[in-house]
Design a protein around this ligand. Structure first.
Ligand code: IYR
Length: 222
């Protein structure tokens, strides 16, 4: 038991050649990840979803408040409700709310108002961002950098899913208020992402697009 609230860092040195090997392997594994909208209905054990959520929750967060709540839904009736509500909003978005500049960049991705992934995928994991925390004195205080914290956690979740050999999609039905209502979440929780998780369907497709090069995305000042 530490007296000042600190304990020694648990850290193991990695030899330089081993470091490079691990870094290359991780990049190659991550570079193979693709986002698909085409899911199989094949079941996925709950324990895998639990482990992905636990991995995501290792993310650093503002003041270590861990301002996230992951709601994992496999219940078909709830998934259908979520899909119906998402399709109502998305139809409005695609039919009239979406400006031309947005339409232009979505066109190569082949997205539309039909959200089959919400009922095909065996799990829908909804990431809620908490803007307040319970101070355990009957009051609520703010959270800090909750968008950054949840963004990092979402990235870790996505990687955990890819690492276990499953696929996911960062789905953002907009506006997302209906998710709080359907899932019975409190006012201070804001749905940030819907992450369908499962196996890809046999005919799953992905857009023929590539990633920006290192030169385009970075600059080194040495
Ligand atoms: N939220 C809609 C539209 C959409 C928006 C962006 I930015 C994307 O990268 C993909 C889709 C949808 O999920 O279809």
């Amino acid at each position: 038991m530490s007296s000042d609230g600190f304990i020694p860092l648990s850290w193991n040195e990695v030899a330089p050649d081993e470091m490079l090997k691990k870094a290359r392997e991780l990049f190659s594994q991550m570079d193979a990840r693709r986002t698909t909208r085409h899911f199989s209905t094949r079941e996925v054990p709950k324990e895998l979803i639990e482990l992905a959520i636990k991995s995501a929750s290792t993310a650093p967060s503002g003041a270590h408040l861990q301002p996230w709540k992951f709601i994992a839904v496999s219940n078909s009736e709830i998934k259908q409700k979520m899909r119906d509500a998402a399709e109502i909003e998305e139809r409005k978005t695609y039919d009239s709310r979406m400006p031309e500049a947005w339409r232009e960049v979505l066109e190569p991705l082949g997205t539309d108002a039909i959200k089959a992934h919400m009922t095909d995928a065996p799990w829908l994991v909804v990431l809620f961002r908490q803007t307040k925390r319970d101070r355990s004195n009957g009051e609520y205080g703010p959270t800090y950098y909750s968008t950054e914290s949840c963004g990092i956690a979402a990235g870790m979740f996505i990687h955990a899913i890819h690492n276990m050999g499953l696929v996911t999609l960062t789905h953002t039905p907009s506006p997302m208020g209906f998710l709080r209502d359907i899932l019975g979440r409190p006012e201070h929780e804001h749905a940030m992402l819907v992450l369908p998780v499962g196996y890809p369907s046999e005919s799953a497709k992905v857009p023929d697009i590539s990633r920006k090069s290192l030169e385009e995305i970075s600059e080194f000042l040495e």
